[in-house]
Design a protein around this ligand. Structure first.
Ligand SMILES: Nc1ncnc2c1ncn2[C@@H]1O[C@H](COP(=O)(O)OP(=O)(O)OP(=O)(O)O)[C@@H](O)[C@H]1O
Length: 250
C-alpha cells in the first residue's frame, strides 16, 4: 500500500479548499488583465502566487477582495460565492487583504491602528486580541504608543498584517510582503509568516521573490500574462527547473 502523503505533499486542491477561484476574467476598462484564472487555497496552507512584474498578481488579489470585480468567473470562500460582492462584504465574510502599499493610519498610534482593525471573525471567533498580536509581533508591543506614520517600511508592513489579523479573517491575502524592504527586514517578515503558518493561519501571498517563497510557503501557483500556468507544492516547484527558469528566472 502506498504510504499516506503528508498534508504538505498533497496539492491544495486535493483537500477541501477554503478558497476556490475559477475562470476569472478581469478587465481594467477595455484591457483584459486576467484570462480564465484559477487557483485554490486549502485551509492552513500558505500559497505563494508567483510571477514576474505585471503578470497580474495584484489584480488577482484585487479581484478576490472585490476591488477589481471580475467580469466573469467565481471566487468562493467555503463554497460561498464572493464574486461581485462589495469589498466590505468580502472582508466581513472572512477575507483579510493586505495591499501592496501598506495602508496604516499615519496619525494614529500603533495600538489605535490595531484597534481600528478589531472585529469578530465571520463565525464570531475572536482569536486575535491585542495580547496575542503583541505576543506574535513583539516589535509592535515595544512601540504601541508611536504614531504609525513614523514607523519604518518593515514595521508598517508588520502593523498592516497585524491589523488585518485583528479582524479575525479566515484567509489573509498578502500582496508582495517583501517588496521594497531591506534583506534583513525581508528575513524578519519571512520569519513572521512562518510563525503564522505554524499557527494555522491560511495565507495567499503574491511575490516576485521566489527565494522568499521557497522558505515560507507550502504551495505555489505561477501566474504569467494573467493566467495561472502551474500549481503544485513548494517542493514540486523547487524541483521543476523548467518552470522556475521559464517564468521566475531572477
Ligand atoms: N488600474 C489599472 N489600469 C490599467 N491597467 C492596469 C491597472 N493596474 C494594473 N494594470 C496593468 O495590469 C497588468 C497586471 O498588473 P498587476 O499589478 O496585477 O501585476 P503584478 O503581477 O502585481 O505586478 P507588480 O509586481 O508590478 O505589482 C499590468 O500590465 C499593469 O500595467
Amino acid at each position: 500500500m502506498a504510504e499516506a502523503a503528508t498534508l504538505e505533499d498533497r496539492p491544495a486542491a486535493a483537500r477541501a479548499a477554503l478558497l476556490e477561484v475559477e475562470n476569472l476574467d478581469v478587465y481594467y476598462g477595455a484591457s483584459q488583465i486576467l484570462f480564465g484564472l484559477g487557483l485554490a487555497v486549502g485551509e492552513g496552507d500558505t500559497v505563494a502566487l508567483l510571477g514576474r512584474n505585471g503578470a497580474g498578481k495584484s489584480t488577482t488579489f484585487k479581484a478576490i477582495a472585490g476591488i477589481a470585480p471580475p467580469r466573469r468567473g467565481s471566487v468562493r470562500l467555503r463554497g460561498r460565492e464572493m464574486a461581485g460582492a462589495a469589498p466590505h462584504r468580502i472582508a466581513r465574510a472572512g477575507i483579510g487583504y493586505v495591499p501592496e502599499d501598506r495602508q496604516v493610519f499615519p496619525e494614529h498610534s500603533v495600538e489605535d491602528n490595531l484597534l481600528i482593525g478589531e472585529k469578530k471573525g465571520p463565525t464570531g471567533k475572536r482569536e486575535w486580541t491585542l495580547e496575542r498580536v503583541y505576543d506574535v509581533f513583539p516589535i509592535l508591543a515595544g512601540m504601541k504608543g508611536r504614531m504609525a506614520g513614523r514607523l519604518s517600511g518593515g514595521e508598517q508592513q508588520m502593523l498592516t498584517i497585524a491589523r488585518t489579523l485583528m479582524g479575525n479573517p479566515d484567509l489573509v491575502l498578502l500582496d508582495e510582503p517583501s517588496e521594497g524592504l531591506a534583506p534583513i527586514i525581508v528575513a524578519e517578515i519571512g520569519k513572521l509568516i512562518g510563525t503564522l503558518r505554524e499557527m494555522g493561519v491560511t495565507i495567499l501571498m503574491a511575490e516576485q521573490n521566489m527565494h522568499f517563497c521557497l522558505a515560507v510557503a507550502t504551495h505555489a501557483a505561477v501566474i504569467d500574462k494573467g493566467v495561472v500556468v502551474y500549481r503544485d507544492t513548494i517542493a514540486g516547484l523547487r524541483a521543476n527547473r523548467e518552470i522556475t527558469d521559464r517564468y521566475l528566472s531572477i
